[in-house]
Ligand binder design. Structure first.
Ligand SMILES: NC(=O)CC[C@H](N)C(=O)O
Length: 311
């Protein structure tokens, strides 16, 4: 299978795609990104990299950061986390508040904003916000094996100034006692996590541990147990695209996590870590062409977890 030819074909098709979605308009720093951009990167289990399009261009990974934050939070408190956040798909938009009242301030899962805000609260722990932010940045750099990954402070600041729905979510959970730190401090951590800037190549490298049963192949060391890697992949499959998770499983069939910057991280357990980027979003806030590109990829490779894999 010539993966370099496949990603080149996919990039060529995406370059001509007429319906590109619309970049996120509620975060000022993201609203004017060129929807014509497209990148794809595949890192195979043996370390081979296959890149096409704008695969080396940095973009705001936004909610994809929630995968790495969840990994850190589980490392900090283990399964105690699940007393404060659930493991079920919400069936609602990523920034929805509707279930918090009837479910007593406990978010459905760690990937909707409410769940990720609780995760940030856990990581904050007894640290200062800048220490918690630095911990995630160092963690992601180590996963990717790249020290030039940064947090875009302008993007974080833009969300601090406009993130009113997240303010509402955080205050609502604090009222239920499910936020242990002042809202401003927790959201400062959360918004900086979301403002991580990475390329498709760096993001695919960072996702390798989820492909390799919890081991970071670049460093040859365990990041999480095989069971925890499996469980994070399961949550990405069922919750990673919010109220579009069923559609993503139907069309792509891989554990995946989207972000409103237009990126998607997808995992082929045991085979590959994949990142795609196209800034235009569909109605559910997931990358329009990122989803189509991954659909094309699994059609060409047979990598969907629902397809029988060759031995
Ligand atoms: N789905 C996303 O990427 C949303 C992340 C964004 N920072 C928000 O909180 O709304």
């Amino acid at each position: 299978m010539d993966l370099s030819a496949i990603v080149a074909d996919i990039a060529a098709e995406m370059a001509e795609a007429p319906d590109r979605g619309t970049p996120a308009d509620y975060i000022p720093a993201l609203s004017d990104i060129d929807p014509q951009r497209f990148g794809i990167a595949i890192v195979e289990a043996d370390g081979q990299c296959h890149l096409a399009g704008d695969a080396e261009e940095s973009f705001s990974i936004q909610s994809i950061s929630k995968v790495f934050a969840l990994t850190l939070a589980l490392g900090a408190v283990g399964d105690q986390l699940w007393r404060r956040v659930g493991r079920e798909p919400s069936g609602t938009a990523f920034n929805s508040i509707v279930q918090l009242e009837t479910e007593h301030g406990i978010p459905r899962n760690p990937f909707i904003n409410a769940g990720a805000i609780v995760v940030a609260d856990v990581i904050l722990g007894n640290h200062e916000p800048r220490e918690a932010i630095g911990e995630l940045l160092r963690f992601v750099r180590a996963l990717a094996g790249e020290d030039d990954i940064v947090i875009d402070a302008a993007v974080a600041q833009a969300e601090m100034e406009t993130g009113h729905r997240n303010q509402a979510l955080a205050h609502y959970m604090r009222a239920f006692g499910n936020l242990h730190h002042p809202v401003e401090r927790v959201l400062g951590v959360y918004f900086h996590f979301c403002a991580l800037a990475m390329s498709c190549r760096q993001l695919a490298l960072a996702g390798r541990y989820l492909m390799a049963r919890g081991v970071n192949p670049g460093a040859g060391r365990s990041v999480v147990s095989p069971q925890r890697a499996r469980r994070i992949n399961a949550l990405m499959m069922s919750c990673g695209h919010y109220d579009g998770s069923g559609e993503f499983a139907f069309r792509v069939g891989l554990p995946g996590k989207s972000g409103v910057g237009g990126g998607i991280l997808a995992i082929v357990p045991g085979r590959a870590s994949i990142a795609v980027w196209s800034p235009g979003l569909n109605a559910r806030g997931n990358s329009q062409l990122g989803t189509l590109a991954l659909e094309r990829l699994v059609q060409r490779t047979g990598w969907s977890v629902f397809d029988p894999q060759a031995g």
